[in-house]
Design a protein around this ligand. Structure first.
Ligand code: CMC
Length: 430
């Protein structure tokens, strides 16, 4: 609801624009009528200053380093909830009571099995296929087994689609992994919880079916929660953008996976470990050398896991993960030299004016890989794990967008800088 206006003065006159207040955080100027009334468009590459929707799911105070899901602090959510509880919170807006949680868990558990025809789908990929490519293809592929593919906008089917995706994604992720290492696919066990099931489908095989270590379950649960939503990030904006054309939820989520895979987004967790590993292995790759490269304008090298579009402070998720990584390693009686290197690199970067002036701090991807390694995951699975965590956030946004009467098909404008109209030359005259 607009309760104030802003005036914009242009050469050809001025225009009054509505201003929308938020519950907390920045208000927004409504520019929807700007082009029609003044002939101007706004210019905002990367949409760094553009709100594309009203949303009630997640709030970030980037300057203070605060992240709230439906009003609850991430630190509290991560330490007190199960991942499925957080998924429910994101999707439906409230924490479930005991009965609601039990029903939700059993509905999800009942759907973890993939259609048996999906086996041949996984078989068709080459062994070296990156699991992110397999995951997004499989997400699109399973839509063909459900009516949601044909009637994407029916409310009961939206709910059913959400449950189906959340239930089947751990099985898809585990099978993508099994395919990549040439082991037989492991079927879900209905007696196990969501996270245990995923870890068992990933790490057990017919000749080794050890019980899953509860420390690993706790760590994985927390990691999934810490990735569960982050308002209008690149992949979520992609899911919303694809969904705005009324594409079904499955294909919208698969598109979000493509966006997440990039190294500037979720792919950074893999890239961070590559950088730390090179400091460890390569005598020429030193911490001062990396800091110098990151600062060099003529080098496109970036310190991965550092910097954020929204945070100008320490990412609260990175703090939780860094502390937890040490606890998990200690409880497993393990040490990881990359954790020490990460801390040294962080200290060197934070002491450097380049990083201080630009407010560049560790983000969620900086320490998560250390924990994923401790849990036994290979590098190529890291972004898949981010995806598993982000799934409920994507779906919550897709649902919110779908119910929002203000939603319009995403279709930005441009400032054209190409040729003006000119005569078409015959081929012999070019
Ligand atoms: N290393 C070195 N310099 C950096 C870095 C970095 N990691 N990040 C930003 N900068 C510099 C950048 O060169 C620019 O300097 P100048 O003002 O002199 O031109 C300034 O800081 C502002 O950067 P920007 O690229 O305009 O900022 P952005 O908001 O467009 O980009 C970012 C945000 C996350 C893409 C960027 O910080 C980055 O590339 N970080 C490394 C990749 C990474 O860790 N991504 C994970 C993001 S968090 C989780 C997620 O979304 O998946």
């Amino acid at each position: 609801m607009s309760d104030s206006t802003a005036r914009l003065d242009l050469d050809n006159g001025s225009v009054e624009l509505d201003v929308y207040q938020s519950t907390v955080g920045q208000p927004g100027i409504d520019i929807r009528k700007l082009r029609a009334t003044t002939g101007h468009v706004t210019f905002d590459p990367g949409f760094g200053n553009t709100a594309s929707a009203h949303s009630a799911i997640t709030y970030i105070d980037g300057a203070a380093g605060i992240l709230l899901h439906r009003g609850y602090r991430i630190e509290e959510v991560a330490s007190k909830s199960s991942f499925l509880e957080v998924a429910y919170l994101l999707l439906y807006g409230t924490l479930p009571n005991v009965g609601e949680l039990l029903t939700w868990e059993s509905e999800i558990n009942a759907q973890t099995l993939l259609n048996e025809e999906m086996r041949s789908f996984f078989d068709a990929f080459p062994r070296r296929a990156h699991p992110m490519a397999v995951l997004s293809s499989a997400t699109n592929a399973i839509s063909t087994f459900y009516d949601v593919y044909r009637r994407p906008m029916r409310e009961d089917e939206i709910d059913a689609g959400a449950r189906t995706l959340i239930a089947k994604m751990p099985t898809i992720a585990a099978w993508a992994y099994k395919k990549s290492i040439g082991e037989p696919y492991v079927y879900p066990d209905p007696d196990l919880g969501y996270v245990e099931n995923f870890l068992r489908m990933t790490f057990s095989n017919p000749i080794s079916d050890e019980p899953i270590d509860p420390v690993k379950v706790k760590a994985m649960n927390m990691l999934l929660i810490l990735h569960a939503d982050h308002e209008m990030n690149c992949s979520t904006a992609t899911v919303r953008g694809v969904g705005s054309s009324r594409a079904n939820m499955f294909t919208s989520v698969a598109a979000g996976m493509g966006a997440l895979w990039g190294p500037l987004h979720g792919g950074a967790n893999q890239a961070v470990i590559d950088q730390l590993q090179s400091i460890h292995d390569d005598p020429d790759a030193t911490i001062p050398g990396m800091i110098a490269r990151a600062k060099d304008r003529n080098d496109d090298f970036r310190l991965m896991g550092f910097g954020h579009r929204v945070y100008s402070n320490y990412d609260p998720r990175a703090r939780v993960i860094e502390k937890f990584a040490q606890e998990v390693l200690d409880s497993m009686d393990q040490a990881d030299p990359l954790l020490d290197i990460a801390r040294e690199l962080e200290a060197a970067a934070l002491a450097d004016p380049y990083f201080a002036e630009r407010n560049l701090y560790p983000n969620v991807d900086y320490y998560s890989g250390i924990l994923f390694r401790a849990l036994g995951f290979p590098l190529r699975m890291f972004t898949v794990l981010f995806t598993l965590g982000r799934l409920p956030g994507w779906i919550a946004h897709w649902m919110e967008m779908n119910l929002d009467s203000e939603t319009k098909i995403m279709r930005p404008r441009q400032i054209y800088i190409g040729e003006a109209e000119r005569p078409y030359p015959a081929i012999e005259d070019r």
